[in-house]
Design a protein around this ligand. Structure first.
Ligand SMILES: Cc1ncc(COP(=O)(O)O)c(C=O)c1O
Length: 483
């Protein structure tokens, strides 16, 4: 159990917020908002709950940032980390040195990953796992003498991290600030497989799927086919791009097209691995895809320490490892194979295994979905989608036309703000509320999340009505509710 006393207890909320405002440049900082509002300091976590520095308690339905799989504040994890820090807090991983936690972790990942993915590059998180995959692909194609085979295909709305290349591979329009630069000569984006918004009126899911497959194959041919296209990057279920579960058969058929054109399939499982969809990895077990490379992070340590892994096939390794070529793989980090982070990952995997946590995901996951779907009777809930412990509710101004709310209303944030007050954290993403709870969430927790969300959605409808927005749509519903 996490200690309720902190070594930073002498600082009050105001002091922390001021130092934070003055010096901590946050990821995705919205400057004008942050200057005014600052950030909420979190002091403590236990299981699915977090407490802020004023002692307010929240159920964290976002699991940190899709990363808290086993729950916060576990004593056995803290002890495993402390033991390793005391024993060996750092060892260089470069060329001729290694350490037991790194070697054992890579062995374990090779065992858990599907097929012949038996080789692992360790890094500091998901973005660096993607970056490493990208560099590995260059190295591999160059070793094969295929120096022109460098074009990459990914999808609109995908998220793959925020290094220069990871962000260039990603395709979320909202993340593509024009004030940053991107690699746009070698990276190309095709449609996001979103049947709800992407299919034309009356189009069947099967026809929509065929359209997506054709678009992919057309793009490969347009770029020069097998000689030019090197790799395809895809999340099995898109996370930050809006929890998009693709049409049935999509991942497998995209993989088959990759096989046809000798294109490496990179499955970005930074979110979906380590149980979020009920398996170690979703690619093979859920979607019947055998990737050439899997990237993972987050649930690998359940967020206790930063770590990323790029797991790749014997086929790639055999090419780059060819004898007597005098090659050196000049890629890696000071912290590739950090012993303490690797010990945390090993302990995390042991806990997931020994406590059968995936059974909970497979049992509570369908209940979570079923209960969230009860919200569909509300006039602004357009769709509930996702899989197992990766879910999202989409809000629409008009169910019939699926028209979205005016972005300036920031509907997802509006609802999430009401939820904060009631002790529930959900992740607002423009017109969505996204949830990726710890894998230990119970059915009782689900009942709390869904009942609280219902209250917050109703309160938001009342706010909008009071402020004169979308009056026609909500008046009848709110009057009926009051009657
Ligand atoms: C699918 C996916 N890939 C990569 C990343 C980047 O991971 P990190 O933030 O650990 O660098 C994320 C982060 O959310 C992600 O969702």
């Amino acid at each position: 159990m996490a200690s309720s006393t902190s070594q930073f207890e002498q600082y009050n909320t105001k002091e922390i917020q001021q130092k934070d405002k003055d010096h901590f440049m946050h990821p995705w900082q919205i400057f004008d908002l942050f200057r005014e509002d600052g950030a909420l300091p979190i002091a403590r976590g236990e299981g699915c709950y977090i407490w802020d520095t004023d002692g307010n308690k929240y159920f964290d339905a976002v699991g940190g940032l899709w990363c808290n799989n086993i729950g916060l504040g576990r004593k056995d994890m803290a002890e495993a980390i402390a033991r390793q820090a005391y024993q060996l807090s750092y060892a260089s991983p470069f060329t001729d040195l290694t350490n037991a936690p790194a070697a054992l972790l890579c062995h374990k990942l090779a065992e858990l990953a599907p097929g012949n993915l038996n080789h692992v590059m360790l890094s500091c998180g998901g973005s660096t796992a993607i970056d490493s995959a990208y560099r590995l692909i260059h190295f591999y194609q160059n070793c094969r003498g295929k120096r022109d085979k460098k074009q990459i295909i990914s999808r609109i709305n995908s998220y793959h991290g925020s290094t220069f290349i990871a962000m260039s591979i990603g395709g979320k329009p909202g993340d593509r600030s024009s004030l940053f630069d991107y690699e746009d000569k070698a990276i190309h984006h095709i449609s996001c497989p979103d049947y709800y918004h992407g299919a034309e009126d009356g189009m069947s899911e099967a026809d929509y799927l065929e359209m997506l497959l054709k678009e992919f194959e057309d793009k490969i041919i347009e770029l020069g086919g097998e000689d030019k296209v090197s790799a395809y990057f895809a999340e099995p279920v898109m996370g930050a791009g809006g929890v998009i579960v693709p049409p049935e058969g999509y991942n497998k058929r995209m993989w088959e097209i990759c096989q046809k054109y000798d294109i490496l399939y990179v499955s970005d499982e930074v979110v979906t691995a380590f149980g979020r969809l009920g398996h170690w990895f979703a690619s093979k077990d859920v979607f019947d895809v055998q990737p050439d490379i899997i990237t993972s992070a987050k649930g690998l340590t359940s967020g206790y320490l930063p770590l990323g892994a790029t797991i790749f096939s014997d086929d790639i390794f055999d090419v780059i490892n060819e004898k007597d070529q005098g090659r050196c793989f000049t890629q890696g980090y000071t912290y590739s194979g950090h012993p303490v982070a690797c010990a945390a990952a090993l302990k995390n995997i042991e806990i997931l295994e020994q406590e059968n946590i995936f059974d909970n995901v497979n049992e509570v996951g369908p209940y979570f979905r079923q209960q969230l779907e009860t919200l569909l009777d509300l006039p602004i809930v357009g769709q509930v989608r996702g899989s197992k412990f990766m879910m999202c509710v989409e809000f629409v101004a008009d169910k019939e036309s699926k028209a979205l709310f005016d972005e300036s209303l920031d509907i997802g944030k509006h609802i999430a703000n009401h939820a904060d007050v009631k002790g529930l954290i959900v992740r607002p993403l423009v017109h969505l509320n996204v949830m990726s709870p710890p894998l230990i969430m119970t059915k009782e927790d689900v009942d709390f999340v869904v009942a609280t969300l219902r209250e917050c959605i109703l309160e938001t409808m009342q706010d909008l009505h009071r402020e004169g927005h979308y009056e026609d749509q909500f008046t009848d519903y709110l009057l009926r509710k009051e009657a």
